[in-house]
Structures are given as C-alpha cells and as structure tokens.
Design a protein around this ligand. Structure first.
Ligand code: GAP
Length: 443
C-alpha cells in the first residue's frame, strides 16, 4: 500500500522508532544532543543482527578475510599520515541573516546565501571533522589525540602484525566493525548523518596487477549481498560512480539506497591503490612492503576497500520494511483498519519468534516452549491483550512468526504459527516448530 508522501514516511519511521524502542535521541531528558542517537532494545537486537550478518558473510564464510578489533583512539601520527588532520574538513560560511551554514564549494554564488539571498555572510572558515580529545592529565597541544574518523586506518597500521600472525598471503582482507566519529557540521536525516556511528569496513590487500578485477569482484559481491541477504528490491539500490576521484584512487563507486528523502550513499567500494600503505610507511619509517614468495618480489600492497555504515544500513532496512496495509478488524463498527507492518528479513528481525499463550492459564507451557526456542532464535513472550492486538504489536516490530499456544495444544501437541507477511496460520506439531521456523529463516 502506498504510504502517503515520502516526507511523511520518514516521520512515521522516526515516530515508530521512538515509540517501539528502536532508536531515539541521545540524552533526550536534557533536550537531546544533535547528531547522537541511542538504540533501544529492539534497535539493539536488529543492529547486532545486521552486524552479525555482515561479519558472517565478510569474514566467517570466507577463507581470505580475517578480523580486527582496534582501539578508537590511536597514535595521533596515524591521522597525520592518513591526511585527516590536514585535509579532513570543509570550508564553510554562515549567513548572519538566516543563520544557515553552507559549504562554500557548493554555493552557486559564494557571496550570496542560497537559503535567503542575503549577502551578509561570515568570511569562509575551515572546519575539521576530526573529534579531538586529550590523553593524559594535561590538556595541552602535546597531549592531543583524536577519535578515529574511519575504522580502516588501524587496519593499514596493523597489516604487518596480522599478516605475520596469521601467515596469510596476498590477496587477503582484514575486516573491522566499530565506532567512528566525525564532527559533522550538519548532522541530518535521523541517523543517516550522525556524529558517532558504526562502520563495517574491509580492506583487501593485493598486488597491483589484477587489482581492478578484484575491485569489480567486490563491487558485484556487495551489490548481491544487498539484493539477496537484505532483500532490497532492484529499484531501491543503484550504483553511483564517483564524479571526482580522490587523488590517490583508481576507481570508486557508491552503492546508493533510495531513502524516503531520496537516494543516499550506503556503501563505498574504493580502489585506494598503495596510497595508505605508502603514507604509513613514510610516517612510521617502517618497511611495510610485502615479500611475495611466488615471484620473489617486494612491493607495497594495493588496497581495495568496501566501507558501509551500520546505522545507514539499519535505516535502509527500516525504509524498505515499513508498510501500512488494510487489514480485517473485529473493532466495533469497522470491517477494516490499518496495520503497520515491518517486512524485515527474518534473519535480522529484532524478534524472530513471539510465543503467545492464549490464556494466562497456559503461560507455563508457552514459556517452556519459548525456552526450547531461544537457543536457536531471538524470541519474546507476549502474554497480554487479546490475540489480535498482540499480532498487531508484533507486526509493528517486524516479528516474522507468532506461535500461539492454545487449549487444543494440550491435547494435540501442536501450536498455531502465524506468518507476518501473509497473515496465514498453520498448525504445527510442537516438536517440529523449531525446524519449521529455521527453514523459513535460512537464506
Ligand atoms: N574508509 C572510507 C570511508 O570512511 P566514507 O564514504 O567517508 O568512506 C563510508 O564512509 C561509509 O560510512 C558511508 O558510505 C556511510 O555509510 C558511513 N558514514 C560516513 N559518514 C557517516 C555519518 N556521518 N553518519 C553515518 N554514517 C556515515
């Protein structure tokens, strides 16, 4: 069913996220903190599930990628070498009249506010996006450190330690999931552009020869992941080649998602050449070359990167999943009302199975069944309200299966399993429920 306008869809997602405990503003009782978001119980469950899905596809189910969990704060020289301290920012100016802030390079006329037409602008100023802190008791320039702005830099820095420890040979990748911090000037669109966010990055180290084919391979692999694993429709994602390549890059493409506010970058697939390794070699004065046992050559590895934001993936999943449908109701005087349903892929749904005793008298049996299921699935016991209301509650958080334990269950040893998307119900033997659901979730 068409939801109304796209702007309204975004508002509905934000409202649902708060009401049902997916995502809300950080420090809300203090008026919120712009650019920072907390994930509530259902949000946490889904975020962890997405993270686990990515990790499983990118690391666990491959023999050429290994993992890393590095610190958020590392030696400040890392960010000098990466170029973030000198170049990671924008030249901005403020309109004194309407208070809007603009990136100067994006203003059609840098002397006129594109928002209100005023010429009363502040002089252009440089904003660096790195978040600064101090390490040690003294708050002076010597003790300045930075929160990482991307998770990939520690991967480059630790490349040699990891290669030696694992005895991996090129080509191979190192993956990391973790928090990144950027002092974004205009955080916006809910969690799309935040100041604290989670990245899932994989750096694939390879010889330069054949690296373009490797870049193409990752571009296609990642696209397939969105279509098959997150079940995004063909009209919801697209490639967007970079108009302007970073000076060191040989190729770069974004995978974009059609958010309610328009197309937005979800993931970047970057061919970074030897830029990162050569910069860290220069700044650390360590030889970071790889000795290729097959050819006897020594060279700096070329890097192909896949880099995606977890928070943006989360928002894309909700945008894809949100639906309002007409559904039959038993409410007095009404034949139909609207059910809100999230068609979240079962693998990453916050609750995969809700177990519902039809009456309080059946609570113990139903809860015993839930315990049988919780080793294999994310489960919840939903024990209050009439069954119709409970179904609606579960639809709204995207629970793909509701299992109802009723009075007949006592004699037929079976339960009713209701499918979120079709609303069809099937009677399944209790001993077969786990296998039945597992089969439907697996992909
Ligand atoms: N290592 C490369 C890199 O960090 P990026 O394009 O700056 O590249 C990669 O970021 C991904 O991280 C983006 O595609 C996006 O999904 C996510 N991301 C970047 N900035 C973000 C922000 N402020 N809030 C949420 N996600 C962000």
């Amino acid at each position: 069913m068409a939801i109304t306008t796209e702007g309204e869809l975004m508002d509905k997602i934000v409202t649902l996220c708060k009401r049902r405990g997916f995502v809300f503003q950080s420090s809300e009782i203090y008026g919120g903190f712009n650019g920072f978001w907390d994930y509530g119980p259902y949000g946490t469950a889904m975020k962890r599930a997405i993270e686990q899905l990515w990790w499983s596809e990118m690391v666990e189910k491959r023999d050429d990628v290994v993992g890393l969990d590095s610190t958020v704060i590392c030696h400040p020289k890392v960010w000098k070498a990466s170029g973030h301290i000198d170049r990671f920012g924008d030249i901005m100016c403020d309109c004194k009249h309407c208070k809007a802030r603009h990136r100067v390079d994006q203003m059609p006329d840098p002397k006129v506010c594109p928002n209100c037409g005023s010429t009363d602008l502040t002089p252009p100023r440089e904003f660096n996006l790195m978040m600064k802190t101090y390490v040690g008791p003294v708050f002076d320039d010597e003790h300045v450190a930075y929160l990482r702005a991307e998770t990939c830099q520690p991967i480059f820095v630790d490349f040699h330690l990891i290669r030696v420890a694992t005895r991996m040979q090129l080509p191979f990748g190192i993956a990391q999931i973790g928090k990144s911090f950027r002092n974004e000037i205009t955080p916006r669109m809910f969690t799309f552009r935040s100041r604290e966010f989670t990245q899932m990055e994989m750096e694939y180290f390879c010889p330069d020869k054949g690296s373009m084919e490797i870049w193409e391979h990752w571009r296609d692999t990642r696209y397939k992941y969105y279509r098959e694993k997150l079940q995004f429709r063909e009209d919801e994602i697209q490639f967007h080649p970079h108009d302007k390549l970073a000076h060191y890059a040989k190729a770069a493409v974004d995978i974009e998602f059609k958010f309610p506010f328009g197309w937005g970058e979800l993931e970047g697939i970057h061919h970074r050449g030897t830029w990162d390794m050569s910069r860290h070699q220069e700044y650390s004065s360590q030889n970071l070359e790889y000795f290729d046992p097959a050819t006897g050559e020594k060279y700096l590895p070329t890097v192909v990167e896949t880099s995606v934001g977890l928070d943006r993936t989360f928002l894309a999943v909700l945008s894809h999943a949100y639906d309002e449908q007409k559904a039959p109701t038993k409410k007095e005087g009404m034949e139909e009302d609207v059910r809100i349903v999230l068609h979240i892929p079962p693998r990453i749904a916050p609750v995969q199975v809700a177990v519902m005793p039809l009456s309080k008298k059946l609570n113990d049996k139903a809860l015993a069944l839930r315990k049988d299921l919780w080793d294999s699935f994310r489960t919840e016991a939903d024990v209050t309200g009439n069954i119709g209301k409970r179904y609606r509650r579960q639809d709204e958080i995207g629970t793909p299966f509701c299992v109802t334990y009723d009075f007949d269950s006592e004699s037929d040893n079976a339960v009713t399993v209701r499918d979120r998307d079709t609303m069809q119900q099937e009677r399944i033997k209790i001993e077969d429920v786990a296998a039945y659901i597992a089969k439907k979730i697996e992909f």
